[in-house]
Design a protein around this ligand. Structure first.
Ligand SMILES: [Zn+2]
Length: 118
């Protein structure tokens, strides 16, 4: 059964797990809270065993949810490779930029294969 975000989003989640090897759960939530973040998503480590929990704003379009999910996974890749920075305002590091760019390139190649429903 597809999630509230729809089958295209669910397909993206499955691809991201295969592509990155990162263990994560995704929840779409009605209100993430502080809109000043303007990221449409958050990512937090639950535990080494359970992996990460990514929250994505529910009341947005697929392109925004897709971008927010790629953004949060790139943060996790940066943290896993380069370590966690406690100051939230400084999380968009060079390491994040490298991970995000690589993920976007991989996504662009993979997304061309999609011909299913929204
Ligand atoms: Zn961010």
């Amino acid at each position: 059964m597809p999630s509230a975000a729809g089958p295209r989003f669910d397909r993206l989640v499955a691809w991201l797990r295969r592509e990155t090897g990162i263990k994560f759960k995704v929840r779409t939530v009605v209100d993430l809270g502080d809109k000043d973040y303007a990221c449409w998503g958050t990512g937090d480590e639950i535990s080494a065993r359970e992996g990460w929990l990514i929250k994505i704003e529910r009341d947005t379009s697929y392109p925004i949810q897709m971008d927010a999910l790629l953004h949060e996974v790139a943060h996790i890749q940066d943290i896993v490779k380069n370590g966690y920075l406690k100051d939230v305002d400084s999380q968009h590091t060079d390491g994040f930029g490298v991970e995000y760019a690589a993920l976007l390139r991989a996504y662009a190649r993979w997304e061309k294969t999609y011909d299913g429903p929204e």
